[in-house]
Design a binder for this molecule. Structure first.
Ligand code: G3I
Length: 346
């Protein structure tokens, strides 16, 4: 027999629909399992990114709080936000999201400790010696990881470390410290929170190829050196015009065989807008295929959408003429992609 709690559970999609029709949320009763609950039946999570400015949008928050069981701050834990001046830390943005997630019984993926983008001006506007930058990096990582100790399930410790051809990206960290900055970052994060899962994370690594091969080699090297590395995150920012990465499942599997967790960490599927029904159907198929690929590989632990609604997608601001990338539309209505994910999970 279903518990009262289960019977009264609000499916986020329905809540949004009813709220937009002027029906109070308290009257919305639905016994459809959420994406999170469906994923949990497979021992997986289903997550969404979110960002602080969006948290005043109550219908948006209703779905965020019910449909998902893993949350990633889209910007609030990045270096520019957390250490705006050298040695002066501000965790208010990340804390707001972590507190909301905890109130909703959701876990958190921390994103991201070391990345070449969205760095504070004080860090990028001067030259550093290797010793100086090493100290700055260690302090940043350990202060942030310690702050969130026990509250963050997994960290994207290093984000986007490689170029498309598998060479190291010439970031301030690589240029000043050499490739060893990755092992150091992982070791420092592990010291600060030994229970957090530590990930490397990148885009265009969903299929096999030079870039994901570079990660495969790096992970083996790190493991041989005893460096703590627990997961590989494939962002999965896909675009209809570039085709589906058909080697995704094989690629997930080869990293799993190294003993790593894998996850799809920033999923969206963009297209030129306005989208027609055929494009939305193809998009739905891709979401289905990605979900099935993750379910087929034991150590693929979960999927996170890079926000769940076109209302707050990063795509239109970065790719002229593109959008419609997420499973909920701008009015918070579920799209074919949402139903395809449900189907795949069921
Ligand atoms: O904070 C300022 C605000 O003060 C200003 O008024 C506004 C005007 O444009 O800009 C705000 O900053 C924006 C920031 O997001 C916070 O909203 C930046 O312009 C904007 O470039 C930035 O975009 C973020 C992007 O990373 C930066 O590269 C996206 O929101 C975020 O979703 C995106 O996330 C990345 C992942 O971290 C790594 N993988 C790729 C993914 C997509 O780019």
């Amino acid at each position: 027999m279903r518990s009262t709690r289960t019977r009264l559970r609000l499916t986020g999609a329905l809540v949004a629909l009813l709220l937009s029709a002027g029906v109070p949320a308290a009257q919305a009763v639905d016994d459809q399992p959420t994406l999170a609950e469906l994923a949990q039946r497979h021992g997986r999570y289903f997550g969404s990114a979110t960002d602080n400015p969006e948290l005043t949008d109550e219908p948006y928050k209703a779905i965020l709080g019910t449909e998902f069981d893993m949350i990633t701050p889209g910007n609030g834990m990045k270096w520019y936000a957390t250490e705006p001046q050298q040695g002066v830390f501000d965790f208010s943005k990340g804390d707001e999201i972590v507190n909301l997630a905890r109130a909703n019984h959701q876990r958190v993926r921390g994103h991201t400790l070391v990345w070449h983008s969205q760095l504070p001006g004080w860090l990028t506007s001067r030259d550093w010696t290797a010793d100086e930058l090493r100290a700055v990096l260690k302090k940043h990582i350990q202060t942030e990881v310690r702050h969130y100790k026990g509250k963050v399930y997994a960290w994207d410790v290093v984000n986007e470390a490689f170029n498309e051809d598998g060479t190291y990206r010439e970031t301030i960290f690589y240029k000043t410290l050499g490739p060893g900055y990755i092992a150091d970052a992982l070791r420092w994060a592990h010291q600060a929170d030994p229970k957090a899962k530590l990930y490397l994370n990148d885009y265009n690594v969903e299929g096999t190829g030079p870039k994901s091969d570079a990660y495969y080699r790096l992970v083996k090297e790190l493991q041989a050196q005893g460096v703590p590395i627990h997961g590989f995150g494939m962002q999965a920012h896909l675009a209809l015009q570039y085709g589906y990465p058909s080697t995704l499942e094989d690629n997930l599997r080869r990293f799993s065989r190294l003993g790593l967790d894998t996850a799809l960490t920033e999923v969206d599927v963009r297209m030129y807008v306005p989208a027609d029904d055929a494009e939305l159907a193809t998009q739905a198929q891709w979401y289905r295929d990605m979900t099935e690929a993750c379910l087929a590989v034991r150590r693929c632990v979960g999927i996170t959408l890079w926000d769940y609604t076109d209302r707050y997608s990063w795509i239109p601001a970065f790719f002229d003429g593109e959008g419609a990338a997420l499973p909920w539309d701008e009015e918070l209505r579920p799209k074919p992609a949402y139903f395809a994910i449900r189907d795949a999970l069921q």
